[in-house]
Design a protein around this ligand. Structure first.
Ligand SMILES: [Zn+2]
Length: 429
């Protein structure tokens, strides 16, 4: 579709969405208080006059404040992983589920998955949208799905080997976990037929992608989504370019804003992703602030797709930590750690408060082979201390961050089976 055709479809769908949203308690009363009517939306630009929807507002309207259809039209409810308090619920009509499966199938196709493929799905099944979302999309594509879920890693490796899956879907941290377990099982990579990994649901970095690709002998593709919008399959990298994630703009209208001022930023500038759903029936959302930091481009892609792309999500605004006045995202620390040859890609950040000052310590595993080559040599403690100092120096140079560095023995940091927990915050006792 050309941009002009796409924008005319978006406008038609935006009008339908606004009309639908006005039937929900949340948007209904908001429209009334702002003196807006669905007829106020005459162009895509007129959306700019509408306030943002925040995740807090969604939580406050728990359970179904944004529900725009009769309750008996809802055929399924998922929930976001509410780390504190109540989760955010995601209701779906049967049309919503069809759209979701279609967009996941489209995403998988763009990532190089084909009908003949075996897809090993190691995303968690349940309220989390990862497992079930990928599952139905892969089935719709006609692939064979192994609904492995998360956990029982040894059994997963047996299935990967015996059934010969070409595609692995999971969080990036669990993929890495699987890669290490494969290595520990002493089975050569040639026993496996994996070629493509579809990874998402947590921020990850380019060095992490390289580590995963090497461990598993695959090409790793970034998929994006969130339960409030639909689940996975809102955007994905194409296998041809892997330069940004194509957003399915016939179903979602993206904007990027300055998180402080709320002003819409031009293409290419990084800010917070804001999304408006265009086809969602059960709980349409207007200008949802996703909390994800990215930039948009509408330039055409070498794969031929015309839909705009977002850069890989660099970080989530909510994940930012402030250490002695320095703002830093865990992914920025990951980026540095994973470029140090002696280190394994397993780390934990611990935040403490001492005498009203926040102190960060970075625990990171040393590679097994490095550790064993140093153990019981006369230089062991000197080498460890030098490495800790070098990492501390890199964090200081690149992030302006003063952090304590502790090298951890190989396999001492807990492995993730779903979304990795990278930060332990001990500041509240
Ligand atoms: Zn592309």
């Amino acid at each position: 579709m050309s941009r002009a055709e796409l924008e005319s479809l978006q406008l038609q769908r935006l009008k339908e969405t606004v009309l639908r949203a006005s039937k929900s308690p949340y948007y209904g009363s908001l429209f009334k208080s702002l003196g807006l009517s669905p007829e106020s939306f005459t162009s895509l630009d007129s959306l700019g006059a509408f306030p943002f929807t925040t995740k807090k507002q969604l939580r406050d309207s728990y359970p179904f404040g944004t529900l725009a259809v009769a309750p008996d039209e809802v055929v399924r409810v998922h929930a976001s992983s509410g780390t504190r308090g109540k989760p955010t619920l995601a209701p779906y009509t049967s049309n919503d589920l069809r759209t979701w499966a279609t967009l996941v199938a489209r995403s998988l196709r763009a990532a190089g998955v084909r009908q003949r493929d075996i897809v090993h799905n190691a995303y968690g099944y349940g309220l989390f949208t990862g497992g079930i979302g990928l599952h139905y999309g892969a089935e719709l594509l006609g692939a064979t799905v192994i609904p492995a879920g998360a956990g029982r890693t040894a059994q997963q490796i047996t299935l990967l080997e015996d059934l010969g899956a070409r595609v692995l879907c999971s969080t990036p941290s669990y993929a890495l976990n699987i890669g290490y377990a494969m290595e520990e099982s002493q089975k050569p990579l040639s026993n496996f037929k994996l070629e493509i990994g579809i990874f998402g649901a947590e921020p990850w970095t380019e060095p992490m992608r390289q580590q995963i690709e090497r461990k598993l002998g695959i090409k790793a593709v970034d998929i994006y989504g969130m339960s409030e919008l639909m689940g996975p399959g809102v955007a994905i990298e194409c296998l041809e370019a892997r330069l940004g994630l194509h957003i399915w703009e016939d179903h979602f209208l993206p904007e990027v804003i300055d998180p402080q001022s709320g002003l819409v930023l031009p293409d290419g500038e990084e800010g917070e992703l804001v999304m408006t759903t265009l086809t969602k029936e059960a709980a349409p959302l207007l200008r949802l602030r996703t909390g994800d930091l990215t930039a948009l481009t509408r330039e055409s892609c070498s794969c031929g797709r015309t839909m705009s792309r977002m850069t890989r999500v660099r970080a989530r605004i909510d994940d930012m930590i402030i250490v002695r006045g320095v703002n830093v995202y865990p992914s920025e620390i990951e980026n540095i750690l994973l470029q140090v040859d002696e280190l394994a890609p397993h780390y934990l950040l611990i935040l403490r408060r001492e005498k009203a000052l926040d102190e960060l310590s970075v625990q990171v595993e040393i590679k097994e082979e490095i550790q064993s080559s140093w153990t019981n040599t006369e230089h062991e403690s000197t080498k460890l201390r030098e490495l800790e100092q070098r990492i501390g120096q890199l964090l200081k140079e690149h992030l302006g961050l003063t952090a304590g560095v502790e090298l951890a023995p190989s396999r001492s940091i807990g492995r993730s089976e779903g979304k990795a927990c990278r930060l332990v915050d001990l500041r509240q006792g």
